[in-house]
Design a protein around this ligand. Structure first.
Ligand code: ADP
Ligand code: MG
Length: 243
């Protein structure tokens, strides 16, 4: 069995005008350490897939049928409490805008330590030490100093590095990155993508990388899935699909 398996997933947004199927009969899998790119025009259903996997569909979205498995365990249809545990300890996520994942009122240290303590065995000083290691591993210079600061004291690129550190803090096996560099300066987009790629390979973390940038796809992904209006049109090794 693969790390992540999505089977016959159908996701709907009901409305007064009827039911809109944003994703129809979708099946795919992702292996350990593999980066799957998900591409397709705006509205194709890319974000809906990622949000459904972590049970964070925006209302009134719902999984109408199908299942999601992580490490052979069914994670669709869990209770909110069970799902919160999966999100912290097994699946990390990186969204487009770093501020959706960061709390402006708390230091980076507090946010990292809280995530570490909630999802690992580490506590207190050991958790703080781990937090500094994570800051260093995502390429933030002077991590002991920067960790005491608030999100607004970081540049956009550095802030997204903090988000990546938080996504990794629970030691997840799988990461969802939804257009993680769209809000960043073009000059730093590549660095962030290279970082995500290196971390996934190093830690053997599987990744679903949503993007609309074909350059990103060819440089970073192992396989690509092409979505069109809720349908999976094609999936395969990056070189084959791009060719
Ligand atoms: P993508 O990420 O590929 O741009 P989305 O997954 O955001 O696409 O959206 C897929 C489809 O679902 C679009 O037609 C969009 O309008 C619809 N959709 C997304 N979120 C909602 C929502 N909260 N309510 C109703 N429709 C939605
Ligand atoms: Mg989207």
């Amino acid at each position: 069995m693969s790390l992540l398996e999505v089977r016959n997933l159908r996701i709907e947004y009901p409305s007064r005008r009827g039911v809109m199927a944003a994703v129809k009969d979708l099946s795919f899998s992702i292996e350990k350490g593999e980066i799957l790119g998900v591409v397709g025009e705006s509205g194709a259903g890319k974000s809906t897939i990622g949000n459904a996997i972590i049970d964070l569909l925006s209302p009134p979205g719902r999984i109408a049928s199908g299942d999601v498995y992580l490490n052979g365990q069914k994670i669709s249809g869990l209770t909110p409490t069970e799902m919160r545990k999966v999100r912290g300890a097994h699946i990390g996520f990186i969204f487009q805008d770093p501020m959706t994942s960061l709390n402006p009122l708390f230091t980076v240290e507090r946010q990292l330590v809280e995530t570490i303590e909630a999802n690992t065995e580490l506590r207190g000083a050991a958790a703080s030490e781990r937090a500094i290691e994570l800051m260093a591993s995502v390429g933030i210079p002077q991590p002991e100093i920067r960790i005491k600061q608030y999100p607004h004291q970081f540049s956009g690129g550095m802030r997204q590095r903090v988000v990546i550190a938080i996504a990794l803090a629970g030691d997840p096996e799988f990461i969802i990155a939804d257009e993680p560099t769209t809000a960043l300066d073009v000059s730093i987009q590549d660095q962030i993508l290279e970082l995500i790629k290196a971390l996934c390979k190093e830690r053997q973390v599987g990744c679903m990388l949503v993007t609309h940038d074909m350059g990103v796809v060819s440089n970073v992904t192992d396989r690509v899935a092409v979505m069109y209006r809720g349908d999976l049109m094609e999936i395969g090794p990056t070189a084959e699909v791009l060719g």
